[in-house]
Design a protein around this ligand. Structure first.
Ligand SMILES: [Zn+2]
Length: 262
């Protein structure tokens, strides 16, 4: 198969979407925090991720696996991959101590009210890096399957990272006492997306059969659904933005539903 031909695109997309966390951090340093804009970015990207995960990745995974394994085993394999993806994200989430998940935006309305210790700061970076890792795997696998799907996902994940970078920047600045250090650390978490992609590629390269790719698509679908709901539910705890969040999420569904026709 010609999956390998798309490797370059996959890595480029990971680098691009990962670098958006840096853009988010710089934006929050330069401009005042805009709750409505932030809500739109989180809602839209989460809607786009959920739509892509369930209506594209999982469906393609199912079709591919049914083609190899037959009707029932194919469906089971796709379902198994999806729940394995979800479950491994729950495990990853539980493994990171301190509860300072990058998807938790509570401190944004008054970022200075939360001043983490250096140690907490390190855990926040590790947690965000940990989340970026499976995001990179999902983006690479999708691009190997279809570069246009990869591009769409890179945009959705880029917006997701933009919000994450913005969430982390003020508390990290308070923890490190330095804007430069904060930007380097947030840049590193973006790089975790590329590292996830490279590792996934080298693990997969010998087994890069279409059936393995199908299972990986199902797994990625689970990763993305977790990540999207995690950031959506955390950000909807911010005041006065539940209705905007709903509209933003539905817009994400609609926009990514429409681009599937092109
Ligand atoms: Zn994330």
């Amino acid at each position: 198969m010609e999956f390998q031909d798309h490797l370059g695109w996959g890595l480029l997309f990971c680098l691009l979407s990962g670098s958006f966390s840096l853009v988010g951090a710089v934006l929050l340093f330069k401009a005042r925090f805009n709750l409505v804009g932030y809500t739109w970015v989180v809602g839209f990207s989460s809607g786009a991720l959920v739509y892509t995960a369930l209506a594209v990745l999982l469906i393609e995974a199912q079709a591919g696996l049914i083609g190899f394994l037959g009707e029932n085993p194919g469906r089971w394999a796709a379902g198994l991959g999806f729940f394995l993806g979800l479950f491994s994200m729950v495990l990853l989430d539980r493994l990171v101590p301190s509860g300072q998940n990058p998807h938790q935006a509570r401190n944004l309305t008054d970022p200075m009210s939360f001043t983490p210790t250096r140690r907490q700061g390190i855990f926040m970076v590790l947690s965000m890096g940990g989340h970026s890792f499976p995001e990179g795997i999902a983006l690479l696998v999708s691009t190997l399957f279809d570069p246009w799907l990869g591009l769409a996902l890179a945009i959705a994940l880029g917006l997701h990272n933009l919000a994450e970078g913005a969430t982390l920047s003020r508390p990290l600045q308070a923890a490190t006492g330095s804007s430069d250090q904060t930007l380097v650390l947030i840049g590193l978490t973006g790089l975790a997306e590329v590292i996830g992609a490279v590792l996934a590629y080298f693990l997969l390269i010998h087994y890069l059969h279409a059936s393995v790719l199908g299972f990986m698509l199902a797994l990625s679908s689970g990763f993305l659904v977790f990540v999207a709901f995690d950031s959506l539910l955390s950000a909807s705890q911010l005041p006065q933005n539940r209705r905007i969040m709903l509209y933003a999420t539905l817009s994400g569904f609609a926009a990514f539903g429409i681009i599937q026709f092109f």
